[in-house]
Design a binder for this molecule. Structure first.
Ligand code: DP6
Length: 330
């Protein structure tokens, strides 16, 4: 039997990944940039053994059915091929997400699974190679291998599409992200499906790809100069451009709910009042507010006038993947 255990933190993109050039290998159409966060993470243990009759996946102590386990099983097939083994695995995952947050994260989940498999099967992958492997489970997972600011270079092959940390002199430690959890969630379209529809049908998609590459350069410069206003501005604009692509789909769709609009409006109002903060949104209705750590308490206090305390969570920059234990016996 061989065991591996890893802990990976989630990440939120400031310059979004939206659209794939290769669906099977999960190679994106544009490079992206994210901030790894400390508040949400996944701990995963995987054990390969000849005693296992088939793969099993437990999430927060619940055995998942085949549909819920599909991506995990596909990932296990991939690593078995890489490690040239036919042993089945038991995967036990804990998602540490504050209750009712509705923030199930494929990024931290797939990164932790990749890390646990790397340990269990002694694949001896470097973190960059591990990031390319995690990408095969879910694109954004490749960025969760690293801490702080992370760039995912799109590349053009399985081995060249991977993430690395952006040197920032620990500037990320001065930043914070406040999550506004929106209750009235509309029926969600997964990011996988949403980006598929966008690539296939959105007339704005080619423009998005060009804009995202330009925004990435601006964001990297902002990080290099530790210019918060420039980073916030380009992040917010980039998120809006990503969401604009979905409105131009056939049929059109949107991840926004009335409360998302209310939250975005609140951030704009706070900015007019002199608070330095910017929003971003992913494939769901929650709104995330980027600000400087020193300003976070005051901004939180303002947001509490509009939203319940239980809807607001502060996260700080998070670390890279951690390998927790290795245990191989025969
Ligand atoms: C909007 O990584 O969940 O959060 O690669 O199909 O599994 P798949 O998609 P996923 O997409 C994340 C999209 C996003 C933007 C981002 O994180 O960059």
């Amino acid at each position: 039997m061989s065991n591996g255990k890893a802990k990976a933190y989630t990440n939120i993109a400031l310059i979004k990944y939206w659209g794939k050039q290769d669906e099977d290998l999960i190679i994106p159409s544009n490079s992206s940039l994210s901030l790894t966060l400390d508040a949400f993470y996944t701990i995963t243990n995987v054990s390969f053994s000849k005693n296992n009759q088939k793969d099993r996946f437990y999430l927060n102590k619940q055995l998942q059915n085949n549909q819920q386990s599909k991506k995990v099983y596909q990932f296990l097939d991939l690593v078995r091929k890489k490690a040239q083994t036919d042993l089945f695995a038991e995967v036990t995952s804990y998602n540490h997400v504050p209750t009712a947050a509705g923030l199930a994260s494929s990024a931290s989940g797939m990164a932790a699974l990749a890390g646990a498999c790397n340990e269990a099967l002694r694949l001896n992958l470097s973190n960059e190679e591990l990031s390319a492997l995690a990408r095969r489970g879910s694109g954004s997972a490749c960025r969760s291998i690293f801490g702080g600011f992370v760039e995912w270079e799109k590349g053009n092959s399985d081995s060249s599409s991977l993430a690395h940390q952006i040197e920032s002199n620990h500037w990320e430690d001065q930043l914070a992200m406040i999550f506004i959890l929106v209750n009235d969630r509309p029926k969600t379209i997964s990011s996988r499906l949403g980006m598929q529809q966008t690539v296939k049908t959105s007339s704005y998609f080619p423009i998005w790809v060009k804009e995202a590459e330009k925004d990435l350069i601006i964001a990297k410069n902002a990080i290099a100069y530790q210019d918060f206003e420039a980073l916030g501005k380009v992040s917010e604009a980039n998120a809006l451009k990503m969401h604009a692509t979905t409105l131009a789909c056939e049929p059109p769709f949107s991840y926004w709910s009335p409360d998302s609009l209310r939250a975005m409006d609140e951030v704009r109002t706070l900015r007019q009042q002199g608070f330095s903060c910017y929003f971003t949104m992913d494939a769901g209705p929650n709104v995330k507010v980027l600000c400087q750590k020193n300003d976070a308490p005051a901004i939180l206090q303002e947001l509490q006038k509009e939203f319940l305390p239980s809807q607001l969570i502060i996260a700080n920059a998070g670390p890279e993947i951690e390998f927790l234990e290795r245990n191989v016996s025969r």
